[in-house]
Each structure stands twice: as structure tokens, then as C-alpha cells.
Ligand binder design. Sequence first.
Ligand SMILES: *Cc1c(COP(=O)(O)O)cnc(C)c1O
Length: 414
Amino acid sequence: MSAVIETKSTYDVAAVRRDFPILARDVRGKRLVYLDNAATTQKPRQVIDRLVRYYSEENSNVHRGVHYLSELATLEYENARAYIRRFLNARDEKEIVFTRGTTESINLVAQTWGRANVREGDEILISAIEHHSNIVPWQMLCAEKQASLRIIPVFDNGELDLDAYERMLNPRVKLVAVGHASNALGTINPLRRIIGAAHANGSLVLVDGAQGVPHLTVDLQALDCDFYAFSGHKVYGPTGIGVLYGKQELLEAMPPWQGGGDMILSVSFEKTTYNALPYKFEAGTPNIAGAIGLAAALQYVASIGLDAIAAYEHELLVYAAARLQEIEGLRLIGTARGKAAVISFVLEGVHPHDIGTVLDQEGIAVRTGHHCAQPLMMRFNVPATGRASFGLYNTREEADALVAGLHKVIEVFR
Ligand SMILES: *Cc1c(COP(=O)(O)O)cnc(C)c1O
């Protein structure tokens, strides 16, 4: 038996779907077809139940009281961090900082490491296919420091021009900040080559992993990036929680970011000493339930199997892309060789916004717009695209429903 057939027979999507209560609901009188996973994912009952248990039985503040519940909440919060370290194969729990999400993680690096290390005339490289979260914090830093932000170009198929990238590396480049996978095009970037070249040049690398963790196995020690940021809500976990991974020696050397409780060892009006990692970067009461819920989400994903999920999503992507391409006047934006299960498209003669409206009437949730990547839309000469992004619970039948919905769109608007 071939590996593909084995994947199909062992991946029980019907069982996976039963874990997600929201998938059973109707929307506008139709069964929900949720294809907006690159914006946020739905939550399995294992995560929902874990949040309910936390608030029902364990809720307290962490790292403070000596009372029973405070110790329990602290234990569960730190267990979550330990699990996330193992899941990502980071070296040490000190390297796992809880944040509100990818955006906050990247801003943390820009405002602490960046302010301390980037000087006038330095360069930061990002790519032409980044999310606004991995553009704007660097623009702000570069404006403050009179440094330059330079853009790694992208080919028409959505792959980065790595030869051009390697020619852009020079001693002034302090940091390369790139996505693991693009939320707008699906392109999976060849991180090994990008990181290897940056390190050979003496530059650090930050990876925006918002679309990496949900779709790919992430081994931080093998990858050897210096920072990695991701959001819980894109990987079946709660909103308002995310992670910044940083190599310990870098985090140690970075100044703290926000000041407040938990990030200090001692405070006097003359002098404050800061807490050890990772607490130095976790000022104030953290999102305790969120961290615990995120660990539950990663445990859920691990219980299904990262390779099985990746293989299943890849099959779905190939199937859906082939069916969409049969539609007359439909053009795929982003046809990179390595892609996560994200399909951006435009339909000749129809504005993407109208696509979204008609599909919504059919209970189909897709994203239409610029996907927080306006420079990318400009590069591909489109004002916006329709985007169907798949997750571990989507099915071929849902891809078929999308195709049928697009035929309706054409009937209405052409
Ligand atoms: C969603 C996303 C972000 C931003 O994540 P937030 O959870 O909104 O902070 C950044 N980059 C990519 C590639 C994303 O998909």
C-alpha cells in the first residue's frame, strides 16, 4: 500500500469533526463550511473543556500566593510552558515567553532587541509576502533608528527570490524577519537556506510562525532561528495567547519591555531589579487560562499527529486547487512548489467582496480582502483576493461546496 492510501485510511476526518462543536451549527440556514482558518481556527472540545475546568476548578493568580489554588494555577501555567517547549523542541523553558500573539511577539523583539541593537545605517530584511505584523514593527523601528528596511523580492508564483536575498546580505544587515508560511499565498519559505545564509552573514533571524505551527512540524533546535513567534488561536487554541521563542543568550541580553508585576525581583524607588527569564518579559497577570488552553490545543494536534495532519491537508489542497482551476476565469494567486493549505484566487469580472457575500449566503466562510498584506496585493496587481484556507477538519465535500458556491457567484455577477 502506498503512503498516501495509508494516510487516507488512518485519518478519520469524521471523528476529528466531532471534536469541534461549532462545525455542527448552521449558518444562514446552511451547514457551516468554515474555510477561514488562516484568520482563526475553530476550537475542539478538548480545548473548550480545559478552559472550563480551569475556571471551574483551578482559577487563581500565578506566582504570588502560597495558597493551594495559587500553587495549582502556577503549576498548570508552568506545565503549559513545559509542554510547549517540548512540542517545539526548544532547548529550555526560559526561552518560551507568553505573549498575546504573533503581533505582540514581533513587537516585543522590535522594541527590546531592536532598540538596543539597531543603529543608523543598519538594515533589516523582510520579504515581499509578509503579514502587516511582520512589516509595521520593523518600519517603526527603522524610522526611529534611521535604519533601512529592505524587501526580499518574490517571483510570480509566490516563491521568494533567494538568489536576490543572498545578494542583499551584507554586514549592515542586523536581522532577517520572514514568515514560515504565507497567510495570503500559502507559500512555505525554505527556512533552512534563509537562516543558514543569514547566520553566515552574522545576521539574526526572526520567523513569523503564525502559519507555521498550524500546518508544519516545528523543531526549533533543528531550525536554529533566533526568534520564532506564533499565535494560539491559529492552531485551534484560544485567542489572546501566543508565544515568543528566543534563544536564551539573546533574551538574557535584551532589556525588559513592559514594566510591572511579575517581571521584577525587587522594586524600590531608587532601583528595580528584573526577574529571570522568561518572567522578565511577562509583566502583569498573564493570560493563565489561555496558556493552559494553548497547551491543550497543541496536545490535541499532537494526538492526531503532525505528519498525518500535514499529509491530509496537502491532499485537500491539491484536490481543491485542481477543482477551482476548472472554473472558467478563476486565477490562483500563489502557486509555489511548497504550499500550506491556503488558496488565494481572483475571479474574472467579479470583485472579491461580492464573492464573499454570495458564499456567505451559502454558509461558506472564506476571507476576501487584502489579508493584512497590502504590499503583496500591490505586487500581484490585485486589489484583493478571495482566500480559502483549510484546517485539519475540512473535507473534500467542503471544497466541492466552495466550487458550487463559486458557480453561483458567476451566475449572479457575470
Ligand atoms: C495571523 C497572522 C499574524 C498575526 O497574528 P495575530 O494573532 O493577529 O497577532 C502574523 N503573521 C501571519 C502570517 C499570520 O497569519
